[in-house]
Design a protein around this ligand. Structure first.
Ligand SMILES: [Zn+2]
Length: 114
């Protein structure tokens, strides 16, 4: 993918750094950041690529299974099975903080590594 841009902020012809946009844990798109001045473009369409819009590659990103973007290593570390608040008894597993039943794969705002 050609990431060369002519930045409308600093005027440099340089490379754009892709930056994933998340809505919760779902990747909803990609922003691009000028590597020369740090200007941020909210979408591929808004980024002044020298080669024009990068729609085909954006589709490729969006078509990737959600699984891959949610369960990368750092996210998986936040799941309840790694959390010190998880209480397991013979009948259920629940969160000791919210007292709600939980799944080992749940991701939690109050996560604390055990
Ligand atoms: Zn720039």
């Amino acid at each position: 993918m050609n990431r060369e841009i002519t930045c409308t902020v600093c005027g440099e012809t340089t490379l754009a750094r892709p930056e994933p946009i998340y809505d919760g844990f779902k990747k909803t798109g990609e922003a691009f950041v000028c590597t020369a001045c740090g200007a941020r473009y909210a979408s591929a369409e808004a980024t002044p690529f020298t080669a024009g819009p990068q729609k085909p590659s954006l589709f490729t990103e969006a078509d990737r299974p959600i699984f891959a973007s949610i369960f990368d290593d750092t996210e998986r570390q936040r799941s309840c099975c790694w959390c010190k608040h998880l209480v397991i008894n013979p009948f259920e597993q629940r969160c000791g903080l919210s007292n709600r039943q939980t799944e080992a794969t749940d991701l939690c705002e109050q996560f604390e590594k055990k």
